[in-house]
Design a protein around this ligand. Structure first.
Ligand SMILES: *[C@@H]1O[C@H](CO)[C@@H](O)[C@H](O)[C@H]1NC(C)=O
Ligand SMILES: CC(=O)N[C@H]1CO[C@H](CO)[C@@H](O)[C@@H]1O
Length: 168
């Protein structure tokens, strides 16, 4: 089964395995890869003309994914002649949050609509609590309004205190 999900015309989301598969990239005519893997030593197929945007963030709440919202949106808009693939490792948190930001800015969707759009194709997305907060701030910055209300809860695990976010 291919783990690559259609988000909107020319925009796909995937995990790492699909992002390094030449067959997957060629079948979707990917010309631009947004690399949020956070992993060194990822080897991509050599496809002529394939370009990359590097988003060096880990899947942790305080990582500055939002620094990349605008540059990534702008670059994707310049690449209308091919498709863009946004990938992280599991295709659940970083890449999902980033494509929601793109849908808000490039297609004018609210955060709620962007979330529904992605969820429709990929039911297992789960941006971390910090990325949710960054997306809410981005929505307010773009539209001066907020379409979602979040409930934040703290979960005590053996080793750390992690926060989770649930959208209402
Ligand atoms: C992809 O991201 C990793 C980790 O941030 C980085 O080490 C690597 O150089 C990047 N590769 C490309 C082609 O952007
Ligand atoms: C395939 C494609 O459209 N590539 C373009 C992506 O954006 C860069 C920077 O604007 C262009 O140089 C490429 O031609």
């Amino acid at each position: 089964m291919l783990r690559i999900w259609f988000v909107s015309a020319g925009l796909f989301l995937s995990d790492l395995d699909s992002a390094v598969s030449e067959a997957v990239l060629r079948s979707r005519k990917v010309t631009l890869i947004v690399n949020c893997s956070g992993l060194d030593h990822v080897t991509y197929p050599r496809i002529p003309g394939l370009q990359f945007i590097h988003v060096p963030v880990q899947d942790r709440p305080h990582e500055p994914l939002d620094h990349y919202f605008d540059p990534v949106c702008e670059r994707i808009q310049q690449n209308r002649s091919g498709s863009t693939l946004v990938h992280c490792t599991a295709g659940r948190s970083r890449s999902a949050a980033l494509v929601m930001a793109v849908l808000m800015r490039s297609e004018g969707l609210s955060l709620r609509q962007a979330h529904e759009r992605v969820l429709d194709q990929r039911p297992f997305i789960r941006p971390n609590a910090g990325f949710w907060r960054q997306l809410q701030d981005y929505e307010r910055h773009l539209f001066r309004t907020s379409s979602v209300r979040m409930v934040w809860s703290s979960v005590n695990t053996d080793t750390s205190l992690s926060r989770t976010a649930v959208m209402l």
